[in-house]
Ligand binder design. Structure first.
Ligand code: ATP
Ligand code: MG
Length: 339
């Protein structure tokens, strides 16, 4: 069976200041997502995580001079060539989305019940009465108590965590095959975040969904994803099965992101590892590997030429990296020099 989603050479360019060439904020991204598979997309702020998801779904408003290239095949259909109407049918139907800030996605003047029921009427052909009863079930499913009462309320009457849950209920209402979450738990406190992650995992297994989960939290990726894509300056720096990529990273960027996590048993005043420098501005991207200026292991070639994404071991390896240097060797040498 072909994968649920095949992204091929996705590139997004936005217009630059007058007289300048367009800026590539996503460059040549390709990957497959299987049925019932979870992909985590990580990277620092500005790495292109949201742009990638929005471009795929036709939600990126492109000003004159901007363009999206490549293919995004969802069950064999290229989303980038569909009409806006056909795309709207797929979004909210077969593809559900949860965004970072629920207040921008929930309509403040409609009750939660109405917002949940409408897609059910539209995409699933339910009567309004049936859709409302189903909406109560959905709110219950995402752990909102007194759902029958709550569906009469407006978004402002919900707490932040409840709004996130309402968003999840909306995103899964039509039993999507693919759920895309863009930092949906970032604004929540850690206990609620853990509950929501558990909820998504349960729903995934129950409904056999595939998930793309965008986050800057490597811990969340480790907790829920099968695959990970590490993004920097709009490019995939490393990708593969989570346990392989996190267990033995081959990209200095992945390694640095993992090093920046607080360690178990870390003393309160012990300094945290920091990645030197700032994420680059895509408009001022140097030639070569975009992470090279911040990479302590960069070789002269890194500054000149962008490395291709290649398998880390044999050709069949799913674990792939874009690097001219050999990170495990660099780390070994570092260890020998500073025992
Ligand atoms: N409409 C736009 N026009 C031009 N450039 C944009 C536009 N929106 C975003 N960008 C640029 O695209 C790059 C990627 O932005 P994006 O929002 O995808 O980052 P992100 O990885 O989602 O970051 P965060 O973790 O902060 O959400 C950034 O450099 C940003 O400045
Ligand atoms: Mg974002």
């Amino acid at each position: 069976m072909p994968p649920l989603l095949e992204v091929r050479n996705l590139t997004v360019e936005v217009p630059a200041k007058r007289g300048r060439p367009p800026v590539r904020i996503i460059e040549d991204i390709s990957y497959d997502l299987d049925y019932h598979q979870t992909l985590g997309i990580v990277g620092e702020s500005g790495s292109g995580k949201s742009m990638q998801a929005l471009a795929m779904l036709g939600l990126l408003p492109l000003r004159k001079g901007g363009r999206i290239q490549g293919q995004v095949l969802f069950q064999g259909k290229d989303l980038l060539t569909l009409s806006p109407k056909a795309l709207r049918e797929i979004r909210g139907g077969q593809i559900g989305m949860i965004f970072q800030e629920p207040m921008t996605s929930l309509n403040p003047v409609l009750t939660i019940g109405r917002q949940l029921a409408e897609p059910l009427v539209h995409h699933m052909g339910m009567s309004y009465g049936k859709a409302r009863r189903h909406a109560v079930d959905l709110l219950g499913l995402v752990g909102i108590p007194d759902a029958a009462e709550r569906i009469r309320q407006y978004p402002f009457q919900f707490s932040g965590g409840m709004r996130q849950r309402a968003m999840i209920a909306m995103a899964i209402a039509c039993k999507p095959k693919l759920l895309i979450g863009d930092e949906p738990t970032t604004a929540l406190d850690v206990t609620i975040q853990a509950q929501i992650i558990q909820l998504i995992r349960d729903l995934r297994d129950e409904m056999r969904m595939s998930i793309i989960w965008i986050t800057h939290d490597m811990g969340v990726v480790a907790a829920m994803a099968d695959r990970v894509q590490v993004l920097y300056a709009g490019k995939i720096m490393e990708t593969g099965p989570v346990e392989q990529v996190f267990g033995q990273p081959y990209s200095a960027y992945t390694w640095a992101l993992l090093q920046s996590l607080p360690k178990r048993g870390q003393r309160p005043r012990e300094p945290l590892f920091q990645i030197a420098g700032q994420p680059i501005n895509p408009a001022l991207r140097p030639p070569g590997d975009p992470f090279a200026p911040r990479n302590p292991f960069a070789t002269p070639r890194c500054h000149l030429e962008m490395p291709p994404l290649r398998p880390v071991s044999d050709a069949a390896s799913q674990h792939r990296v874009a690097a001219w240097y050999d990170l495990p060797r660099c780390l070994e040498q570092q260890q020998e020099n500073n025992p």
